[in-house]
Design a protein around this ligand. Structure first.
Ligand code: CP
Ligand code: NVA
Length: 308
């Protein structure tokens, strides 16, 4: 049994296998051919934070695979009243076939997985958002950007940045990260990524200069400056991130056919200008749709039906 908690746990080949499955299932879905890879299976979906895309894509995805999704908000289950994670895990994993969790600390997710009898998927933690970044890679491929691409991430050194780091380090593309001072990526994640990069040949750079980072890149991406749980820091963050907005001037420094990705939700005129957002809406909303397809690939892979 494998869990999907971080991309650290997967080889390049395994990541590419999941992406290939997602591509295949997307083609089937578009042809309205719903193969019941996970017939009668139940996916428990535990949310300790808000969600639009993750909830809708997992619930729709498991249904299209022949199963059913159970939306479990921590406000409505005993977890929210203090029942321990390990007890919640031992109960729920005896009844369902797979679990997705969105929570705060990565350690809470790991604790759930440690006690679970079924595969557990990270639906976002403070540290990583790996299903999002698998989706972003699927989207890159659809827009003609592959393993040889240069990706620029501008903004907060957060869960999205960490996941880009891991994906790049495992697959071996070029990643330029620009973050303001004091908002850099977690040092432990950086060290892990640099270690994997030695094997994959990935080129990873860090700076506090967005212009330098996007120069000549194929993909430009960013994320909110205020992640869930950081609402109290909003004012101070707005000041710290001045100069980090992805606007048309910045995009013009990337390749002329560069794409722009955003995991959403987006805050216009903060991390991205309205102009850039609307100019790249096709890429952004294909990325949003691809959550559905990428996660079906991941679920089917974890369920063991890898080559079917
Ligand atoms: N990108 C993403 O995870 O969106 P939600 O927070 O709406 O699930
Ligand atoms: N970094 C953001 C991603 C939202 C999908 C957050 O954690 O809130």
């Amino acid at each position: 049994m494998r869990h999907f908690l971080t991309l650290n746990d997967f080889s390049k080949d395994e990541i590419l296998e999941m992406i290939a499955l997602a591509q295949k299932i997307k083609i089937q879905t578009k042809a309205k051919k719903f193969v019941p890879y996970m017939e009668r299976q139940t996916l428990g979906m535990i949310f300790e934070k808000s969600s639009t895309r993750t909830r809708v894509s997992f619930e729709t995805g498991i249904y299209q695979l022949g199963g059913v999704g159970l939306f479990l908000s921590s406000n409505d289950i005993q977890l929210g009243r203090g029942e321990p994670m390990k007890d919640t895990s031992r109960v729920i994993s005896r009844m369902v076939d797979m679990v997705m969790i969105r929570t705060f600390e990565q350690s809470k997710l790991e604790e759930f997985a440690q006690y679970s009898q079924v595969p557990v998927i990270n639906g976002l933690t403070d540290k990583y958002h790996p299903v999002q970044i698998m989706t972003d890679y699927l989207t890159m491929l659809e827009f003609g950007k592959d393993i040889h691409a240069c990706v620029a991430y501008i903004g907060d050194g957060n869960n999205i940045a960490h996941s880009w780091l891991m994906l790049c380090a495992k697959l071996g593309f070029t990643l330029h990260i620009a973050t303001p001072k004091g908002y850099e990526c977690d040092e432990e994640v950086v060290q892990d990524a640099l270690q994997y990069a030695k094997e994959s040949g990935a080129v990873i750079t860090f700076s506090s200069d967005p212009k330098e980072a996007v120069k000549g890149c194929d993909v430009v991406t960013t994320d909110t400056w205020v992640s869930m749980g950081q609402e109290d820091e909003k004012e101070i963050r707005m000041k710290a991130f001045e100069g980090y907005k992805v606007d048309t001037d910045l995009m013009n420094l990337a390749k002329s056919d560069a794409i722009f990705l955003h995991c959403l939700p987006a805050y216009r005129e903060y991390e991205v200008s309205e102009e850039v957002f609307e100019a790249h809406a096709d890429e952004i909303f294909t990325e949003a749709e691809n959550r559905l397809h990428a996660q079906k690939g991941i679920m089917v892979w974890l369920d063991g039906k890898r080559g079917e």
